[in-house]
Structure formats: C-alpha cells, structure tokens
Ligand binder design. Structure first.
Ligand SMILES: NC(=O)C1=CN([C@@H]2O[C@H](COP(=O)(O)OP(=O)(O)OC[C@H]3O[C@@H](n4cnc5c(N)ncnc54)[C@H](O)[C@@H]3O)[C@@H](O)[C@H]2O)[C@@H](O)CC1
Ligand SMILES: Nc1ncnc2c1ncn2[C@@H]1O[C@H](COP(=O)(O)OP(=O)(O)O)[C@@H](O)[C@H]1O
Ligand SMILES: [K+]
Length: 487
C-alpha cells in the first residue's frame, strides 16, 4: 500500500521522531537520500553540473546539504538563492564542499529584482552567460510541505532561465497544494520527486501528481510515528489480498450473482461491455435484464449469461438512455449493493445512503453537482470527497488517476492503467468489474478501489504499449487475476 499523509500528520510525526534523535539528524537522512537518488538519476556525480534552487525553509536546507554531498563526489554545484534567509547550516556545508552560491541582487530596486533573470547583478548575469554547458539537473528546493500553492516571480524567473533542464523536486514539486493536489497559478513540473518519510496527497492525486513525475520515497524512519493515512493507493499485493476466491465447496450462488441492467436499443454495446466486465470470473453468475434485442446480443456473445432473478449486486445505467431512472428504481427495489453509472448518475440521489458505488467521469460529476468540468478537473480530490459525503455513497471519479472516495473522507487513488484506456466503452467494463466484486461480498469501498485497479492493470496488460478497445480490457481480466493469485 502506498500511503499519503497530510502536512499536519507529517509535522507531528517528524516532531515525535526528532525528539528521539540528535538535532539535524533527520535533515541529514533526507539530504543523503536525496543525493543518492540524484546520483542514480544522473548515473554518477563526478563531472555532473547541478543547480540548486533554494528557498527560505528546510526544503532549501535539504537541497543545500544534498548539494554538498554531490560536490564532495565531484559534481559542480551551484545554488541559486531565492531568499536572503537560506538555511545557514546547509549554506555553510555547501560552501565547505566547494559548491558555489549566487543570490538575489538585493541592491536593485525590488521591482527589477523580480523582473528578469532573477534580478542578478550585471556581473552575475555576465558570468551566467559565459556558462559553457547547461546544467544536467535542477534540484527544486524552493518550498516543501511548508509552501503555499503558487510560485513567487523570482522562482518563476529562475525556472524560465533553466527551461529544458531536468528537474528533481525535493519532497514535493514547489507551487502545488500539498494536501489537495491542486496547482497554484504557477508550479514546478518535475521529472522526479524525491519525497521523505511518506507520500503526500499531491504526489498521488492529479493535477499535482502529473507535476511530480516519478516519485521516489526515502525512508527517514518516520513510519512508526505516523497515524492512518487519509489517502492511499492499492498495490498489486493489496489487490491480491482483497480478491474473492472460491471456497473448496463453493457453488455459483455462494460466490455471488451480479446483475446488469445496462444498454438499450440505442446503445446495445454498453450492455454488452458491462456484461463483459461483470464476466471477469469474480462472481459465480451474471444475469442480464434489458431490451430484448440487447439480451439476444448478450446471449450470443456470452452464452453463460442468464436472465432476471435474484442477484447480490446490480450494475445500472450505462447506455440506459431514457430508461435510466426506471432501471435504477427497479434495481433499488432489490435492496442489494449497486453500481450507478452513466445515464443513471442523473438520478443518483435516489440511491443516497444505499450501499452504492457511483462511477462518474469529471463531466458527469460536474453535471451532478452543478459545477464546470474544468473545475472538477482542477480540484478532483475535493469534489470526489464532497460528492461522497453529499450522496452518502462511494464515489469513483474516473480519470488518469481515478479517485475512490468514501463518505467518511477516506480516498484511494488508482495508480494502475495507461492513457490508452481513455477509449469508448472502457467505463462500461469498469462498472461490470466493480459489480462482480460487490456481488462477491466486498464492501463498496474495496470493490470500487480493487475493481478500478484491476481495470487499469488489465488495460496495461492488453495494451502492451499500444491501442486497446474496451473489449480487450475485459478479455485481459481473467489472466490478470490468475497472475495476481499466483505471482
Ligand atoms: N521537519 C523535518 O523534520 C524535516 C523536514 N524536511 C524538509 O523540510 C521541509 C519543510 O520545511 P519548512 O517547514 O521549513 O518549510 P518549506 O521549506 O517548505 O518552506 C517554508 C518557507 O517558505 C516560505 N513560503 C511558503 N510558500 C511559499 C511560496 N509559495 N513561495 C516562496 N516561499 C514560500 C514560507 O514563508 C517559509 O519561510 C520538508 O518539505 C522537507 O523538505 C526534511 O529535512 C526532513 C526533516
Ligand atoms: N488519461 C488517462 N489515463 C488513464 N486512464 C484514463 C485516462 N482517461 C480516462 N481513463 C480511464 O478510462 C476509462 C474511461 O471511462 P469513461 O470515461 O466512462 O468512458 P466511456 O463512457 O466511453 O466508457 C476510465 O476508467 C478512466 O479512468
Ligand atoms: K520542493
């Protein structure tokens, strides 16, 4: 499991840990971990050119101490000080190791200091212009968990001057909102983020997660001092533990029956693909209830599927068109857990408080809560949590990093998947998989998060780096599931 703690939780954990250690020990652990990650990234230290962007806090301190380690190993290290209050110990360590520092030109009027090229003095600008080789990497030590969203103009100017140089962010990419994963007006876009002690929401949740690049966690001994994490991401071994497997004396009804009420004469494919997802093999039987012409197609494609009867979970709404409300009402009458998707989401208030998983994409969630799609995409974590509380149901907000939010505020992020999964009908398959897991007895929160992980991993398996259609994703599920059960 990957766990993401809040800034407040990290601060409390760090305070408890620091009380057991000599002063500065934690920053040294962070800095050595950072330096090693940078050496790994560059394939060595000797002869490499490293630029440190250093803000006023401990995040800049980490960058400076790591810079000292790199300088001792033969790198050319230059620190650009974005504040007059850079970490004194870190500055001394860097200078002692032979690193260089450059600061803001404090003699210039404040306006011009913010305007271009960091407000360097003309001598410094001339020196910089004569730098024959660009840097191999920039370490973003502008702000860490103490930062507000957005960057100050001098940081923006520094990043502009370094455009094209790979960026390793220290702890978090500066400029993002650490606990919400939202972006400020400007923020760092990193190739790698080296984070300390635990993940933070911004490293898992979009849009900030996209700005973090590949995330590398450095163990600084924080784990025993951290409480339960409000945001987490299932990994393959967590999903394997959640997977329902048949008892030796199982029969199809003990494994659970999933029913699909999806598709219509207008959209028969949605019914077929929902059934394909539900037919992943995790439930004992699949029933289909819907228009005659869709039923005929379903039976032709999936001869094992039967008609109406008792089910342990319903999947409702994909391609249901005008019939969505009636279909949802019929499913609700059975008083079993259900997946509410697509056209049925417009009537999701009928399912309030039921054991349900609502599966909107950003556009559908926007319509449900009366917001713009762009607003949902800019603040997906806040919107998923708010909708889960409003509907008193699990909300699975689909996207690159799908979020599964529970009414109590817990969130799981799906880190499996591929952009090739952004293909028509993929959501119908997902609804079917989640329905099968609900029917097998998983809670809505586990069914939604495990189902979403399986869906993404099946897409990656089917894609092998190339295009997929929704049916390919469904077909990859049984093979994926057996690989998970027999690693
Ligand atoms: N607390 C600890 O024990 C440890 C902290 N570590 C590092 O310390 C960092 C946190 O350090 P701090 O608490 O000093 O905070 P930061 O270094 O994140 O930044 C705080 C400073 O930045 C200023 N600031 C806030 N938002 C800004 C913005 N948008 N633009 C420019 N300046 C801004 C604040 O006024 C404050 O002076 C962590 O992210 C991590 O890198 C690590 O060394 C591990 C140990
Ligand atoms: N950029 C992306 N990267 C990875 N997965 C994505 C991306 N965009 C969308 N997805 C996934 O693709 C699926 C699309 O589902 P959905 O939007 O419901 O499409 P449809 O309605 O056509 O079935 C979802 O599971 C979503 O999480
Ligand atoms: K940073």
């Amino acid at each position: 499991m990957i766990r993401a703690h809040t800034v407040e939780q990290v601060r409390e954990g760090e305070a408890a840990l620091m009380a057991t250690l000599p002063g500065g020990a934690l920053m040294q652990r962070a800095a050595y971990g950072l330096a090693h990650a940078v050496v790994d990234y560059l394939g060595g230290a000797y002869g490499r050119r490293v630029c440190l962007l250093v803000g006023s806090g401990d995040n800049g301190g980490d960058a400076l101490y790591a810079g000292a380690v790199l300088a001792r190993r033969g790198a050319y290290v230059e620190a650009w000080l974005l504040s007059e209050n850079a970490h004194p110990g870190g500055l001394a360590a860097l200078r002692q190791a032979g690193g260089r520092t450059r600061g803001l030109d404090t003699s210039s009027p404040s306006g011009s200091a913010y305007s271009t090229s960091l407000g360097w003095s003309s001598r410094e600008r001339a020196q910089r212009a004569t730098v024959s080789r660009p840097f191999d990497v920039v370490l973003d030590g502008i702000v860490g968990i103490g930062g507000r969203a957005g960057l100050k103009p001098e940081a923006v100017a520094a990043l502009d001057a370094l455009a094209g140089v790979p960026v390793v962010a220290v702890d978090v990419p500066s400029g993002v909102d650490v606990d919400t994963g939202e972006l400020g007006d400007s923020s760092v876009s990193a190739d790698v983020t080296v984070t300390f002690g635990t993940h933070k929401a911004a490293l898992l949740v979009d849009p900030a997660a996209q700005a973090a690049g590949a995330v590398h966690l450095v163990d600084i001994g924080l784990d025993p001092h951290l409480p339960a994490a409000p945001v987490e991401a299932l990994q393959a071994d967590d999903v394997a533990v959640l997977l329902p497997t048949p008892d030796p004396d199982a029969h199809k009804y003990t494994r659970g029956v999933v029913g699909v009420r999806a598709g219509s004469a207008t959209y028969p494919g949605a019914g077929l693909l929902s059934v394909a997802g539900a037919s992943c093999g995790l439930a004992g039987m699949v029933r289909y209830v819907g228009d005659r012409e869709v039923l005929d197609l379903v039976r032709a494609a999936h001869p094992e599927v039967v008609g109406g009867g008792r089910v342990q979970a319903w999947v409702v709404g994909s391609g249901s068109a005008d019939g969505a409300r009636g279909t949802l009402e019929e499913a609700l009458a059975d008083d079993v857990p259900l997946v509410v998707d697509a056209d049925a989401l417009a009537h999701a208030d009928l399912a309030r408080g039921c054991p349900a998983v609502l599966t909107p994409h950003a556009g559908e969630l926007a319509a449900m809560v009366g917001a713009d799609r762009a607003e949902v995409e800019a603040r997906p974590l806040a919107h998923a949590r708010a909708a889960a509380a409003t509907y008193d149901a699990v909300v699975l907000l689909k996207g690159r990093r799908t979020l599964v939010a529970a009414p109590d505020g817990r969130v799981r992020v799906t880190m499996s998947g591929t952009p090739w999964l952004a293909t028509a009908g993929a959501g119908d398959v997902l609804g079917g998989v989640v329905g099968a897991l609900l029917a097998s007895g998983l809670t809505p929160y586990d069914a939604a998060s495990a189902g979403s992980w399986l869906h993404g991993a099946a897409a990656t398996l089917a894609s092998r780096g190339g295009p997929v259609v929704a049916g390919d994703v469904a077909h990859a599920l049984p093979g994926l599931i057996s690989a998970l059960l027999h690693p």
